[in-house]
Ligand binder design. Structure first.
Ligand SMILES: [Zn+2]
Length: 346
């Protein structure tokens, strides 16, 4: 077992602190229309965010860090063997993801499982990176809070955050994790997995008309309705974080920054404006990263063709505030590394 600790050397701190890291892979994206399919979730969202960050000059191509797909051992930290076997069935997976059955058999060339293994691998990489560098990290995917131990649904097949927490506890000093879930929907997967875990605090603000959980609750649930005023919504975020963070004192924070409370979201109906969504995201950063906590931000939910804009504005503002971007050293063989150090002294 390897162990990853916080890198607190002054050199490293100077290099990485106040810089965000971005995790992304071209294979996060699926153009469903090329397969004759449609879904309310925009499966080209990561690419749209990636491309706009590049187009506006916020980042450079080398700023994106590519993850690896989760392995079977990592998946089994949370999910049952029976459920993982089911995910190998393309049709069963399509059902979990909510792809309408009228489309018929899913084409063999559409490897949706690998897309989710890769994005969930991004969450695991992002967790280790945020913790070792003390930096805010953004994975342009992840946050699948409806995935339970032995079932999936609501576009969530793999509970990436739960796997990251279990693996991080195994290989790092992380113990206490706070999940801040501001997606429009309540995360039944995270509740099922963590409701009896005293070292994980799940906090959710969600719509009151989304209750399918049979009485199970997060450690802190706040229900809102569509009549809520934006200022009151932001006040809820502020007040609860001001109470939870100092009280729970997490080692690590996962932020599920779902964009579905936005007014233009076809499934959400909270009516929050563009600027309100950005204020929400920055309140989270003020209570977590700006208090010295490592934070991994995940896209989570958000539907329709405007969802990516909400995530993009958050990342662009984080890059402006904290700096952009942290990079990993390029991999070189040890001989090349020695040569490089002889030539360049670093
Ligand atoms: Zn949602």
């Amino acid at each position: 077992m390897s162990s990853v600790g916080r890198d607190t050397s002054s050199e490293q701190t100077a290099k990485s602190q106040n810089k965000i890291f971005l995790i992304y892979h071209d294979n996060y994206n699926v153009d469903l229309s090329a397969f004759g399919l449609r879904h309310q979730f925009d499966m080209l969202k990561p690419k749209r965010i990636h491309d706009e960050l590049l187009r506006q000059g916020t980042v450079e191509p080398d700023d994106f860090i590519a993850p690896s797909p989760l392995t079977g051992d990592e998946l089994r930290l949370v999910h049952t063997d029976e459920y993982l076997a089911k995910l190998e069935d393309r049709q069963a997976l399509a059902e979990i993801l909510g792809l309408p059955q009228e489309y018929g058999p899913i084409p063999e060339s559409l490897d949706l499982l690998n897309v989710f293994l890769l994005m969930s691998g991004g969450t695991l990489l992002g967790t280790k990176l945020a913790y070792s560098r003390g930096a805010p990290v953004f994975n342009l995917g992840g946050g699948y809070h409806h995935a339970q131990t032995a079932s999936g649904g609501g576009y969530c097949a793999i509970n990436d955050v739960a796997i990251a927490i279990r693996e991080a506890r195994r290989t790092t000093d992380i113990q206490k994790c706070l999940i801040i879930d501001l997606d429009y929907h309540q995360g039944n997967g995270n509740i099922e997995i963590f409701s009896r875990d005293e070292d994980v605090f799940t906090f959710s603000i969600h719509a009151h008309n989304w209750m399918t959980l049979g009485g199970k609750q997060n450690h802190r649930d706040v229900e809102t309705n569509f009549k809520i005023k934006e200022q009151d919504y932001l006040q809820l975020v502020e007040e609860h974080l001001a109470d939870i963070v100092p009280r729970f004192q997490p080692d690590f924070v996962f932020y599920l920054a779902g964009s579905d409370p936005h007014y233009a979201d076809p499934l959400g109906n909270l009516g929050i404006s563009d600027s309100g969504m950005l204020k929400r995201d920055l309140i989270v950063m003020e209570h977590t990263y700006e208090q010295g906590l490592p934070v991994l931000c995940l896209l989570a939910g958000g539907y329709g063709l405007k969802s990516w804009l909400i995530h993009h504005q958050f990342i662009r503002e984080a890059a402006r505030r904290y700096g952009c971007c942290g990079r990993l050293p390029r991999s070189r063989s040890s001989i090349w590394q020695q040569l490089w150090q002889m030539l360049w002294g670093h």
